[in-house]
Every structure is written in C-alpha cells, then in structure tokens.
Design a protein around this ligand. Sequence first.
Ligand code: AMP
Ligand code: ZN
Ligand code: FE
Ligand code: FE
Length: 267
Amino acid sequence: MSFRADLHCHTIYSDGTDEPAAVIALASQLNLQGLSITDHDTIDAYKQVVKSDIPLLPGVEISAVFQGEAIHVLGYAFSPKNPDIHALLALQKQKRVERNFRIFEKLNTLGIAITESDMHVHQIGRPHIANYLIEQGLVGSIQEAFDRYLGEGKMAYDPGNRLEVSEVINAIHAAKGKAILAHPHLIKRKRILKNLLDLPFDGIECYYAKLFSTEEKPFVAIAEKKGWLATGGSDYHGSTKPQIPLGCSWVGQQTFEALYEHFLKNT
Ligand code: AMP
Ligand code: ZN
Ligand code: FE
Ligand code: FE
C-alpha cells in the first residue's frame, strides 16, 4: 500500500467522539503512515499523547471570518509548545465561551433551559449543544438542531466575535506554522473564494472526506499555480459522522514530509 497520511480529524477535545490515543491506534490499524489531529481551536489532544506508532504532525483547525463568511483555517507544523500558538488558542477559547453563552441566552429566551454546566465535554461546540437538544427531546437529529436553532441565521444562531482570516494566518505564521485554507469547496460564493486566494496561505485543502477527484481537481490546480501545498484529510469525527471513516482522504509522502520536516525544524 502506498504512503497515506490523514491531515484532518477531530477528537473528544473538540467535537469528535474518540480519545486521541484511539484515533492514533485506528490510524495505525489502517496502515496510515502519518496523521494530524486538527481539533477546533484547541491542541489539548497533543497533551494526552505520550507515544504514537506513526509520525504525528501538530495541527489545529481555527474558526475565522472573511467577508461575512465562516472560514476554517488549518494550522500545521508549529511546535505545540510555541507561546504564539497558545496565545491564539487562549483568545479563541475566550471567544468560543462568550459565543456559547449568547447561544444559551437565545435558547433560554425560546423557553429552552440550558446552561454551560449541562454539557460535560472538554470544549463546547454546536454539535454538543445539538446533542443536548436531542436528549431533551426537542429535536430528532443533529441536522434538525442546526436547521431549527443552531445553523447560520437560525433562531439561536450567534456568529461569534471571530478573528479575521488574515489575523489567523498571521498568528499561525508567528508560531512558525503553515496556514492552509480548509475545505474550500464549502465556500459557496465564488467571489469570496477568489478574494481569499489573495491572502498569504501556504496551502489549500484539496483532498477532503469523500469528495470526487473531479471536485478536488480545481483546487489542486490552484495549489500548483500558486506553489502552495495541496493538503487533505478525512475530517473524521468518530461515531457522530459514521459515513466519514478515518483515512478516506489523505496526502502522499512528499506533502507529509514537507510539513513534518518543517515541524522538526521548529522543535
Ligand atoms: P462550532 O465550532 O461550535 O461553531 O461548530 C462547528 C461544527 O458544527 C462544524 O465542524 C460542523 O461539524 C457542525 N456544523 C456547522 N454547521 C452545520 C450545519 N448546518 N449542519 C450540521 N452541522 C453543522
Ligand atoms: Zn467539527
Ligand atoms: Fe471545518
Ligand atoms: Fe474539521
């Protein structure tokens, strides 16, 4: 089997359902030769990892905003001990707590009793709030929770006071990491994508979950034209998204080693 490294997955430290060690064990079992855990706005998973059978590239998926659109920026290859990455994540944590508080207030106004203490997770994300609404019998599925309450523009939506994409790229660069535009196919407004491509990213996520190669191709062409990294990964979340298995998208040896060698230089 040829070299495969999955550069996008989540653990219980954000809205995935597996422990970091379980994701690493699964990656080994699948014969992946490289992995990056990219939790939303946190690198706490890396504190739990004592050993990994396969090279583990530090990563994170940062929430940001660009021209009104929610954008995710992947950061890779920084040292997990870098103070600049910790400053960025502390800021993101504070913004998330404040946003969650406003979501709870909006749900309270709608007559739904919910507080932060109802959620027993490391870091609250909207999928956790959706699960709580299911437990309370208020909705039948995560999708229904987003469609009625939590999705963009819905009754309890709060956009959060997000950083600009350019600020996030600068912060990742300050931490000596590589900044990658995550899942660009999800950006529906083509003008926004075009404008984003003018920012100083180091790469673009071309291979993603179960995208067809015809859908990946235009992004690979953009990476080639710009001399950017063409990255990819599954966006595995565990049992909440059973249709997306770990390793269903990956990068080859050349891309993984470029990032991993950059990380080794930083440590
Ligand atoms: P948060 O980081 O708390 O804003 O939560 C973001 C996560 O919620 C994303 O990674 C998705 O997995 C999920 N999500 C966002 N929008 C939707 C939606 N419309 N339907 C279902 N899940 C969504
Ligand atoms: Zn997620
Ligand atoms: Fe994302
Ligand atoms: Fe993700």
